[in-house]
Design a protein around this ligand. Structure first.
Ligand code: AMP
Ligand code: ZN
Length: 119
């Protein structure tokens, strides 16, 4: 069923606790944890607990939870004190854009200068 945990999904296993992660925030619908390969001093991933392959399919099926992911991304930035210096929230969609884990997630990056446009 849509949104159900997928046995072969890394991030579903982080939600269930089967794979450890450095969790920095949790809400009823989301988990936020540090990226294992950080690209900036702060690099946190915010994921919905439900499984959807990307941000657009999450937003189409569960708009409130998509909003929760964005709210939590802002809360992570405040917790990490990067809200005043600036941060970036990214959803890679598709392998051509660098998506490697097909469970929707927001990257929250900050703590260093961020170039625009990104690569
Ligand atoms: P993406 O390339 O947009 O799909 O992002 C996936 C992100 O997940 C990458 O930045 C990886 O470094 C990160 N990642 C992969 N495995 C883990 C893990 N076990 N714990 C935390 N982050 C992970
Ligand atoms: Zn999943």
């Amino acid at each position: 069923m849509a949104g159900e945990p997928q046995t072969d999904c890394l991030f579903c296993k982080i939600v269930s606790g089967d794979i450890p992660a450095t969790i920095v925030r949790e809400s009823a619908t989301t988990v936020a944890f540090r990226d294992i390969n950080p690209q900036a001093p702060t690099h946190v991933l915010v994921i919905p607990k439900v499984h959807y392959p990307d941000a657009a399919s999450l937003a189409a099926a569960e708009p409130q939870i998509a909003a929760d992911v964005l709210t939590e991304a802002g809360a992570v930035a405040a917790d990490e004190k990067i809200d005043s210096t600036g941060y970036r929230t990214i959803f890679n969609t598709g392998s051509g854009a660098g998506q490697t884990v097909f469970h929707a997630h927001a990257h929250v990056l900050g703590g260093r200068g961020l170039q625009w446009p990104p690569g």
